[in-house]
Design a protein around this ligand. Sequence first.
Ligand code: ZN
Length: 640
Amino acid sequence: MAGPVEGPKDATPVTDALNRAVLDALPFGDTQDFEDARRGFLGTLPEVEITNDQGRVVCSLRGYVFLDDEHAPPTVNPSLWRQARLNMHHGLFQVTDRIYQVRGFDISNMTLIEGERGLIVIDPLISTEVARAGLDLYTRHRGQRPVTAVIYTHSHTDHYGGVRGVVGDGDVRAGRVEIWAPDRFMEEIVAETVLAGTAMIRRAQFQFGATLPKGPRGQVDAGLGKVTSRGTVTLIPPTRTVEAPIEAHRIDGIEIVFQLTPETEAPAEMHMFYPALRALNLAENATHNLHNIYPIRGAQARDANAWARYLNEAIDRFGRDAEVVFAQHHWPVWDNRRVLDYLGKQRDLYKYLHDQTVRLMNHGYKAAEIAERLTVPKGLASTWHARGYYGTLSHNAKAVYQRYIGWYDANPANLNPLPPVERGKKYVEYMGGAGAVIRRAREDFEKGEYRFVAEAMSHVVFADPSNTDARRLGADALEQLGYVAESATWRNAYLLGAFELRQGQPGAVARAPISPDVIMAMSLDLFFDYLGVRLNGDKAEGLTIVINWVFSDLGRRYVLNLEHCALTYLADRESDRADAMVTLDRAVLDRLILRETPLADAVQRGLVSIDGDPAKVAELFGLLDDFALMFEVVEPKRER
Ligand SMILES: [Zn+2]
């Protein structure tokens, strides 16, 4: 790119005015959340900077001292600034009798319950390093206790990945530690992280801003917490599963009533009530923000109606007895009156979002129109925990729409539009060329019309990614949008977009990491699904390959069929017209997927035996793509 790279810029007068208006619109005098976020504080590390065994930092709050200032700078929405300061509270906190939380060591919380013999660990964060540091902190303040059980509230990485930091395989195998999870926990983890994993990891950079510089002109928060840790992700499969809608169990002497809440914040999720402790744990269905019906990292749209329904059931069943409610993010709410007020508002927030979107949809409004039209009811607008620090009403309304009737707005002009590059070129041509578009956009930028300037410049960049002026103006517009965003995820997305327009496409092409524990937990069906999504359809043109698979240690057979550029399979079948039969153990399969052993080596070393035509097996593996993590987002896809 021509000229020096431009750095983050100041807030424009328009942005400054918008952010100052927020100070008058919201009840900043209400500081109850700060009291709650501090309540029960027992201690923390002198500095939260947690490293792995090689000394690499996996989680650090060191870069956030700028948040000590109570007043937001013009480059940060004051409402988000407040949330970012609340999310700075870190360390060990007592929630109530026997219940403790480690907060701020990751984006999520680790909850610890003192049982009769030892400690129940709920949601051991994302990586082993931070989970171990959290448990050590607990031990320093409360003494050594053996972990007697682990409970995963749901199937997202920030709620299980650190498990090997708090418990070892041996203790689980020997039955000394039980691992509890909601129904369908394993299936949902593996399906999400394996099949769509690469796309989600790259897109998550835009949601969480983990690769952005931190600062008043950079990442300040992730809404739901500060930042995601980047250490060793592990998984130990559950030994106990909650399968009925309501189940009560005594775990290490603590009575726990589980309430399954499938298809809410996660496809497999559950609430817990601890009757003797009068404490309610709502996993991730009631947090101090409007959550995501659709996270912008990409996911299947969630069910806002079910979300509200399960919260309503939790209020009905447990509300009258709960003296404290907490979640696996953020801080608790104490006192029954406040608990009920909080839960009622959270329930109504999701119900309103769902019902009003569907109502407007049935009146014929398009998703973008609904997103523009919906505002929070007055009774919720001044409620801090109903604000959109993580999800927004706007993108959540689009997700509700999508869940019912999909991406298409029914206007046939939008049924088959040109793809981004061709569309960009035509727009630029119709608008009188890139120079004319940029001139008009500069005028609009001065007026603060950042949304359209960003869109127009994106057309110019897709028409010609080498147009430096368009990239710079597009970056400037995204940046101001980031500065006024109340949602941390929108801010992160805008600012990373600006960063990549200015710096150019990041060069690293490493494959996205998949945890070995997750690979080992894949079912054989999912393994063949995974092969299917890696099949390069162009290369497979005209080829027919049939392979019988025998997993000798499991006594399972599969037949895999390549035809018409599609890989299909059947379990417990064998084809008599197969080109080859591949025999191996499950552990060898894991090593092949993890690339610890190339196929040719495995054959040579006798770990894989092939009867029939080995060339056909090699040919099939040669048709499989690898996915590079750092694909283009804000500019045209380059063929490699
Ligand atoms: Zn979470």
